[in-house]
Design a protein around this ligand. Structure first.
Ligand SMILES: Nc1ncnc2c1ncn2[C@@H]1O[C@H](COP(=O)(O)OP(=O)(O)O)[C@@H](O)[C@H]1O
Ligand SMILES: [Mg+2]
Length: 491
């Protein structure tokens, strides 16, 4: 929750609907500060003592030096000099006084504008006007006249609007460009930035005195503002490369729409940048897709070749090579959907399990159960780890259950894969309830390719450790493999 609503709930007697009104007003806070070239604060009586007025929001102008050094939010206004704030609150009409502030050389004008909603005054907007530098220029006059009109709306309760936010992060600001329209939609005034934004939309004629539709710009938000008195935000695109965001705020007087303030921002550059980022992502995705396709082609070639040979040994070797290639393809498959430096390892585990179930033939039904997950892993870790898990699961399914429960047809072989993150390490444990490792088995002298690959990947590439042991028969027997690797790849 924001500081404003916390403050109001804790220290004022405002109702939730009134707090909401103030929240919506402060959404346009920096718009009001910029249009008035002034610091502004929002003040409301504290609970229990309506004589004590507290600051609940503050904004500094982006286009002028501030005259308020301190953060005043939460301060109770003390001293005679703030009496006119109270007066504005009580009388419900605008009062202009003077106050002395720490950063100002002399007293600065303080305009106190009552904030009304549903007929009652709930706060006072105070504009603390910094020193003027000579007579106001025409654009300063235009800004101030818009500020004036918005202030009148604040005092009658027609600003802020009930439905839509007029200001806020990401929305066009005063400095981005302003068009002021009269009640019929004619442009009374355009800042240089607004004129540049119109150039983006292909408008090179003088805009003042013309309507946007006459200039070839069709804006629904302007129509909505002028016809229904509703604010709205709209992106107007000239072509794929040029776009302008328009935030259209109706100006209302005695329930009649008398004009509109249009904040405009040329967003073409942002658009193009977004487009480039999207294109880059699509390209990376496409590359992974092609790598995956190529790996699948290689694995199909190996399969075709294995079918052509009659030698069992060659056939097995080709078959295994095919499976290894496919387990690497799994990672690229995931990356082709969600490209990045990291992958959700869970998705890879699922594919690896399916791969093992599909490619290893067993005389017994064997179930692979996965518990836990490793979250997202760097692709540098995920690819070798996927290959290791494929080998170990394959071994469990392939070797663990030779001669398994020959007399019992209902016996089911169970292979469990437990995955967990422990600090900066990924821990993978594979257990099977099969026959266990031979007496002579040693992980450090494998002559066979599968475990040599696993050992080398775990130790050299993943900088981790691997152990393989037999499970005591009291605990169900079988083989236990544990791999621990750091999740952050090193060098
Ligand atoms: N889960 C297991 N249960 C029983 N024996 C296993 C298991 N995992 C590996 N082994 C033994 O380790 C040997 C080496 O495995 P590996 O290097 O993958 O070669 P391959 O699978 O080609 O035989 C296997 O032949 C098998 O005897
Ligand atoms: Mg093997």
């Amino acid at each position: 929750m924001s500081a404003l609503s916390d403050l109001c709930e804790d220290r004022t007697a405002l109702h939730p609907a009134e707090i909401d009104h103030l929240l919506r007003l402060t959404a346009s806070w920096s718009l009001l500060a910029d249009l008035s070239f002034s610091d502004i604060v929002l003040v409301t009586p504290t609970r229990g003592d309506s004589r004590r007025m507290m600051v609940v929001a503050q904004a500094r102008p982006n286009n002028r030096a501030t005259v308020v050094n301190d953060d005043m939010v939460g301060d109770v206004l003390e001293g005679e000099q703030w009496a006119h704030v109270e007066l504005a609150f009580d009388s419900g009409s605008r009062v202009v006084g003077e106050v002395l502030l720490d950063l100002s050389e002399g007293p600065v004008p303080a305009w106190c504008i009552p904030v009304r909603t549903r007929g009652s005054v709930i706060a006072v907007l105070v504009r603390l006007q910094g020193p003027l530098r000579g007579p106001a220029s025409s654009y300063e006059q235009a800004y101030l006249s818009i500020f004036e009109r918005l202030c009148s709306m604040v005092s009658t309760g027609s600003f802020p609007f009930r439905e839509d936010a007029v200001g806020g992060p990401g929305l066009p600001r005063v400095g981005d460009g302003i068009l002021l329209l009269d009640g019929t939609g004619r442009i009374e005034f355009a800042t240089p930035n607004a004129t540049s934004a119109l150039h983006r939309l292909g408008v090179y004629e003088a805009s003042e005195g013309r309507r946007l539709d006459e200039l070839g710009v069709r804006s629904r938000s302007v129509e909505r503002a002028l016809s229904y008195g509703l604010p709205s935000l709209e992106d107007i695109e000239e072509d794929a490369d040029a776009a302008v965001t328009m935030n259209c705020v109706p100006l209302i007087e005695l329930d009649v729409v008398t004009g509109a303030l249009v904040l405009v921002r040329d967003v073409s550059d942002v658009r193009q940048l977004n487009q480039m980022v999207l294109n880059r992502e699509a390209a990376i995705r496409e590359v992974h897709h092609r790598v995956k396709n190529n790996l699948q082609t290689i694995s199909s070639l190996l399969r075709l070749q294995s079918r052509r040979t009659t030698q069992v040994e060659t056939r097995t070797a080709l078959h295994e090579a095919e499976r290894r290639v496919r387990s690497i393809a799994v990672v690229h498959e995931v990356l082709s959907r969600e490209p990045g430096e990291e992958v959700v390892f869970d998705e890879i585990v699922r594919s690896v399990v399916v791969l093992v179930e599909d490619t290893v033939l067993t005389p017994h039904p064997i179930e692979i159960v996965v518990n836990g997950d490793l979250g997202t892993l760097s692709t540098d870790v995920a690819t070798p780890l996927a290959l290791c898990l494929t080998e170990i699961l394959t071994n469990a399914v392939e070797h663990g259950f030779v001669d398994f429960a020959d007399n019992d047809e209902t016996a089911v072989g169970i292979v469990t894969l437990d995955l967990a993150l422990e600090g900066d390490y990924a821990v993978c444990e594979v257990r099977d309830n099969g026959r266990g490792l031979d007496e002579s088995f040693s992980l450090d002298v494998p002559t066979s390719l599968g475990l040599s690959i696993v050992r080398d990947l775990v130790r050299s590439q993943l900088h981790g450790v691997i152990e393989m042991t037999n499970v005591a028969s009291a605990e169900g027997g079988g083989t236990f493999v544990r791999i621990v690797v750091p999740t952050e790849p090193r060098g």
